[in-house]
Design a protein around this ligand. Structure first.
Ligand SMILES: Cc1cc2nc3c(=O)[nH]c(=O)nc-3n(C[C@H](O)[C@H](O)[C@H](O)COP(=O)(O)O)c2cc1C
Length: 330
């Protein structure tokens, strides 16, 4: 336990960091007419009637005087995609507004775009708060976009997600339950892919054929070995028979490169694959809309983290070609 007598400032900072917050940028226009802005997570609501909010600014901030003199400030509650903007406004003194689109708010405070919400305030009180000054403002205008917010937790950016309702209450003694990650990933995958498969089947294709075609839609001219390297770990049969079958149906063509056959989508193959990918993207949008925008961002973020942290070194399907190759059509 840290007490007054034995107070570790780093531990105090870390303890405060356990309180999860959003991230704001507070802007104002100084008496010299220049805009100022700082990233701040000390923002909080104070009163509903009258509508009031507060935030605190370090006494050593270069913008302190401008905020004290301005009489107004604008609070921007940042959206999940505004991490770069947050970092820009967290650097002391730098020219923070260059290249940033702004309009003018109450008291001339710069208003930034694409935030989750904005509150324009008239400064009501400024209180002493140790090494900070506490600004309390009366809200004179506000708007919100519905974009999911950026979150700050334990010194790192995060995204907000809601807690899921349990699928079922049953679990076996050994902790073998619906919480098992492979089960959740597999079930979610099959439930989503199930709807895409209907379109694939209606187009007369197997799952493996669809995966091959959509891999070649990212970048064609791959050899069979390259296609296999990207897909065989998922149990996909990319053998010559399957590729030759697609060529026979006019969906693929191949060229003899430097000894290896390279496979390309035919015009017809490209047209049909893009049609299926459009259907798959429409299904994705519907599924994500069902989750809501916040959880959609959080889900993709977590899945990307999991893909990175468990990657055994699989080839990246989306990476550019190693070197250009051409050859005679087979
Ligand atoms: C997530 C985050 C939250 C911050 N919150 C505050 C805050 O509430 N108050 C503060 O004075 N500084 C805060 N800072 C640091 C300021 O953004 C930084 O010192 C500021 O850019 C100083 O600007 P200036 O010296 O140009 O006025 C925060 C930084 C980050 C990254």
């Amino acid at each position: 336990m840290n007490t007054e007598a034995r107070f570790d400032p780093r531990e105090f900072r870390a303890t405060l960091g356990t309180f999860t917050t959003g991230v704001t940028i507070i802007t104002a226009r100084g008496a010299d007419g220049l805009p100022v802005g700082v990233t701040a997570n000390s923002f909080n609501s104070v009163s509903l009637d009258p509508p009031m909010v507060l935030w605190s600014l370090a006494r050593n901030a270069r913008s302190l005087e401008a905020f004290q003199q301005s009489g107004h400030f604008a609070v921007h509650i940042l959206s999940a995609g505004q991490e770069d903007l947050s970092n820009r406004f967290a650097k002391s003194g730098a020219d923070k507004f260059t290249g940033v689109a702004c309009s003018e708010g109450a008291g001339g405070a710069p208003l930034l775009d694409d935030c989750s919400a904005r509150l324009q305030c008239r400064t009501s009180f400024v209180y002493e708060g140790g090494d900070h000054l506490i600004f309390v403002g009366e809200v004179v205008a506000f708007d919100r976009s519905g974009l999911p917010p950026l979150v700050f937790q334990a010194g790192r950016y995060a995204v907000a997600t809601r807690k899921a309702a349990s699928l079922s209450s049953g679990s076996l003694d050994a902790g073998w339950s619906e919480d098992h990650l492979p089960y959740l990933l597999g079930r979610a995958y099959f439930q989503v892919y199930f709807r895409i498969r209907e379109h694939v089947r209606a187009d007369g294709l197997s799952d493996d054929e669809y995966f091959i075609l959509s891999t070649l839609a990212v970048r064609d001219g791959r050899t069979q070995a390259e296609i296999e390297a990207g897909l065989s770990h998922a149990g996909c049969d990319c053998g010559f028979q399957v590729l030759a079958g697609l060529r026979q149906r006019g969906l693929l063509r191949c060229e003899d490169g430097t000894g290896d056959l390279r496979w390309f989508l035919s015009d017809e193959g490209r047209r049909r694959t893009l049609h299926l990918i459009a259907a798959a993207k429409a299904i994705e949008s519907e599924v994500l809309a069902g989750l809501g925008e916040w959880d959609a961002v959080a889900l993709k973020n977590l899945l990307k983290q999991l893909v990175l942290s468990t990657d055994p070194g699989l080839p990246d399907l989306w990476s550019p070609p190693p070197a250009a190759t051409t050859g005679a059509e087979a």
